[in-house]
Design a protein around this ligand. Structure first.
Ligand code: ADP
Ligand code: MG
Length: 376
């Protein structure tokens, strides 16, 4: 049995964005202290944490001092140097650990791992240079070229219609190691979030339907309306990935459902996920509390859904002409507003989200979309 890290202890978080903020809220509700570490100041998570440490992830002195003052470390951002994790592990457990991060930090490693354990992924090739791109199989076009590291919210991606686009595409990505993936003509996208404890206990949320705009998540809806067969297949895949990666914490598996009803894994996130924000209101235990429980060795909570729900992201674009019209909030009696405390808006930047609950998934999605629209 892994010893329990009891309330009153201090959890360290690498990364300090909105995921860290919502994690911090859950951790503090459970009586934990939180120290966050990131290169930025006055961050969404840092504003609510007991301590905000501002230092680069490769400042190993700062990393060591951070590790000495906490009881366990988790992440809200997976692109932290593995060397930093190794330093922390000399003092306290890091959950999830190095193996998970090494695999999910790079798309090429992640794809090779998934394919290796027999999980269906889009046809792809690892690309190290332009010559390799120009000599890949024409079968992979039209495709999406994605940088192997550091991509998020569609950044570091370029669509290539044919091999003729190779040179321009390669240049526009900044000439880095990449993965070329065949474009999947999917019917829909969904995700499965699973929590796994240090003793191997697992709890998953039922699939959440995701609608993207410009490669950024726009709306998530649950229940998903997927057939039982597809739900079963996806949940089995998510469990098997969490187990084989030996995740301790929360793992999100993003899926495509093809038009001929095949389930394909798009990518992994070894942490709570934007699509799981609706679990804060709609489920017995939210994804952030599950992360707290998993990393502290507490038994996981119930993932039962209480009411149909939908979440809509509030992107920086909404601030383009000044503050959103908060005066319409009196029309949002069944809509919860979450804002992340970011002082500057940018186009496409996640500033907050709305969650609506209603008698059906369709009604919740309609409500949340109208609510977001009315803020413009
Ligand atoms: P990110 O790290 O930015 O979330 P993803 O690989 O998940 O990167 O890509 C973002 C979105 O772009 C996906 O959710 C999907 O809508 C679209 N996309 C990515 N890869 C493919 C693909 N191979 N075929 C079709 N659409 C894709
Ligand atoms: Mg994604």
């Amino acid at each position: 049995m892994t010893p329990i890290i009891s309330p009153g202890a201090t959890i360290g978080v690498l990364g300090s964005g909105q995921l860290g903020r919502m994690f911090t809220l859950a951790a503090r509700r459970l009586g934990y202290h939180v120290h966050v570490f990131s290169p930025s100041k006055n961050t969404p998570a840092g504003q609510l944490a007991d301590l905000e440490i501002q230092a680069p992830y490769d400042d190993f002195e700062a990393i060591e001092s951070f590790a000495r003052h906490v009881d366990v470390v988790t992440i809200e951002f997976e692109n932290v140097n593995v060397e930093a994790i190794e330093v922390i592990q000399r003092f306290v457990p890091v959950r999830p650990g190095c193996r998970v991060l090494r695999t999910t930090q790079r798309r090429d490693n992640e794809k090779a791992f998934l394919a290796g354990i027999g999980v269906p992924v889009a046809p792809y090739a690892s690309i190290r240079n332009l010559a390799e791109l120009q000599s890949t199989s024409p079968e992979l076009f039209p495709g999406i070229l994605k940088t192997a590291g550091w991509g998020y919210d569609g950044k570091g991606q370029v669509r290539l219609s044919s091999i003729a686009d190779a040179q321009l595409g390669w240049r526009s990505l900044g000439v880095q190691a990449a993965v070329l993936e065949k474009l999947i003509d999917f019917a829909l996208e969904f995700s499965v979030i699973v929590a796994r404890g240090a003793n191997g206990e697992m709890a998953h949320y039922d699939p959440i339907l995701n609608r993207h705009e410009n490669h950024i998540l726009s709306v998530s809806v649950s229940p998903s309306g997927l057939t039982l067969k597809i739900v079963k297949e996806a949940v089995e895949i998510a469990h098997s990935i969490a187990e084989q990666l030996d995740v301790v914490g929360v793992l999100c598996v993003e899926f495509f459902l093809t038009k001929d009803a095949r389930v394909i894994v798009n990518e992994l996130a070894p942490r709570p996920h934007n699509s799981g924000h609706l679990t804060i209101e709609a489920h017995a235990t939210c994804q952030f509390e599950q992360q707290v429980r998993a990393v502290c060795g507490l038994p996981l909570g119930s993932t039962a859904q209480l009411r149909p729900a939908a979440m809509a992201n509030l992107l920086g674009d909404l601030w383009m002409d000044g503050e959103p019209r908060w005066e319409v909030m009196h029309l949002m009696k069944n809509v919860k507003v979450h804002l992340y405390g970011k002082s500057e808006w940018r186009e496409g930047r996640k500033m907050g989200h709305l969650t609506a609950q209603a008698e059906s998934a369709t009604a919740a999605e309609e409500l949340v979309s109208i609510a977001r629209q009315s803020l413009v």
